[in-house]
Write a protein that binds this ligand. Structure first.
Ligand code: SF4
Length: 431
């Protein structure tokens, strides 16, 4: 397929595809799906090999948010029967983080509900970061505390936060349909503040909220322009008690196409398979590892994921390996850009601060040579571009049947389990 060859070449050169090419990926047929996965997989392997980075979520403060994000169980007026608690103490958060690290997580994501932190909250989180780093010097810390005000990003950076997450979630055009209490521009501004302070920016999207293909391409192109180092791709978890509880719009095939499109548009960025993978990709989850190079281990903020043990088994079974703390996640040109920005990070230069637009950080020829060489080496052992029909994984065939038979669904609340263990409870976490 000319489209896929073109996209692979562009991905290896870090060249932006056209909007038409990105839309064409989303419009491919089920017959073409494995070719799409194989092509985007070549780009993934060129920049990230077969490594999978594990991230672990700790919800520092759950529920009770004054904002109205329609997808969120912690929103104002939420009827969701989630755990609700105020700030965990630093030692409680450190214990939760430790479970994730013991399970293989390289990054701990400290999340708190709310519009944004007060300065006192930033102090609290700083103490929590110190408590975690005292036990685990090498762990990367990403803070996700909402909209930042002047000086807060710098304070978080100084306290040891390596990264800051704030997702764009959906296109600018549809943002007002999802949330009314803050704007898309507010979100962009916070990501830029994190970058300017020298933290590695993490910003992604949620698919499945009724958006069009054009909306998805818009938000992914906006992310490319913003140039975060990591892009979490969430698939909406339609949680009972939220306005989007009935939005079961995704099929496993659609999820794979979305991930492939993100990989082609953001080829050298840590693409993270995030919330909703279990319930939307279902038996096709392992195929998504060919596209994303990062996942969350275990549970999400207010819902349960598959067991951490199953995550590790899935990675091994699919022929991938968990990335260790001795390996830099990002390709050299991005890691070097972070170091040049003065970020430093976790002792390995892999995650740190802000970065310039794609293509600014290193001579393109040198970078392309690295990608092409890596891909050539991999191609000897993994001839992904030519997946014979009789080698189609059983789960892919099964998934295709599920999609064809089921299509978009109206309600499957039984697939969503509210989190009752881990942070904020007395029960052991899933890690
Ligand atoms: S996404 Fe964040 S800001 Fe929005 S309602 Fe949920 S916790 Fe509040």
């Amino acid at each position: 397929m000319d489209l896929l060859n073109t996209l692979v070449e562009k991905g290896l050169r870090r060249e932006t595809p056209t909007r038409e090419e990105a839309l064409a990926v989303l419009a491919t047929s089920d017959d073409e799906l494995l070719d799409v996965v194989a092509a985007a997989g070549k780009v993934r392997r060129a920049w990230f090999g077969r490594r999978v980075k594990l991230n672990y979520l700790v919800n520092l403060k759950s529920g009770l948010c004054p904002e109205d994000c329609s997808y969120c169980s912690q929103r104002l007026g939420s009827k969701s029967e989630i755990l609700k608690y105020t700030w965990l103490k630093p030692e409680q958060a450190a214990a939760a983080a430790g479970a994730g690290v013991a399970g293989g997580a390289k990054r701990v994501c400290l999340v708190a509900s709310g519009r944004g932190p007060t300065d006192r909250d930033v102090d609290r989180v700083s103490r929590t970061i110190a408590a975690i780093k005292e036990e685990h010097q090498d762990v990367e810390i990403c803070a996700c505390l909402g909209l930042l005000t002047d000086g807060q990003a710098e304070r978080l950076k100084d306290s040891g936060a390596n990264a800051y997450n704030h997702n764009l979630n959906t296109s600018e055009a549809t943002y007002g349909d999802i949330t009314t209490t803050h704007t898309y521009a507010d979100r962009v501004s916070t990501v830029r503040q994190a970058q300017a302070a020298g933290m590695s920016a993490c910003s992604g999207l949620i698919a499945g909220m009724g958006e069009s293909d054009a909306d998805l391409v818009d938000v992914v192109f906006s992310l490319r322009e913003l140039d975060p180092d990591s892009v979490p791709v969430n698939f909406l978890i339609p949680i009972e008690g939220t306005p989007l509880a009935g939005d079961w719009n995704l099929t496993p095939q659609r999820c794979l196409r979305i991930l492939a499109m993100v990989r082609f548009v953001c080829p050298d960025v840590e693409v993270r398979l995030a919330g909703g993978r279990e319930i939307h990709l279902r038996t096709l989850q392992p195929l998504a590892l060919n596209l994303a190079n990062s996942i969350f281990l275990g549970d999400y903020l207010t819902t349960e994921g598959q067991s951490g043990k199953d995550d590790l088994a899935m990675i091994a079974d699919a022929g991938f390996e968990v990335e260790g703390t001795d390996t830099t996640t990002l390709p050299a040109h991005r890691a070097d850009a972070l170091a040049a920005a003065g970020a430093g990070c976790g002792g390995h230069g892999g995650e740190g601060g802000g970065c310039g637009p794609c293509g600014d950080a290193a001579p393109v020829d040198a970078v392309t040579a690295q990608a092409v060489a890596a891909d050539a080496a991999l191609a000897e052992t993994v001839p992904a571009e030519a997946v014979p029909a009789d080698a189609v994984p059983a789960q892919a065939a099964a998934g295709a049947t599920v999609s064809a038979a089921a299509g978009p669904r109206e309600s499957h609340a039984d697939l969503v389990a509210v989190r009752r263990r881990g942070a904020g409870t007395d029960l052991p976490p899933n890690a």
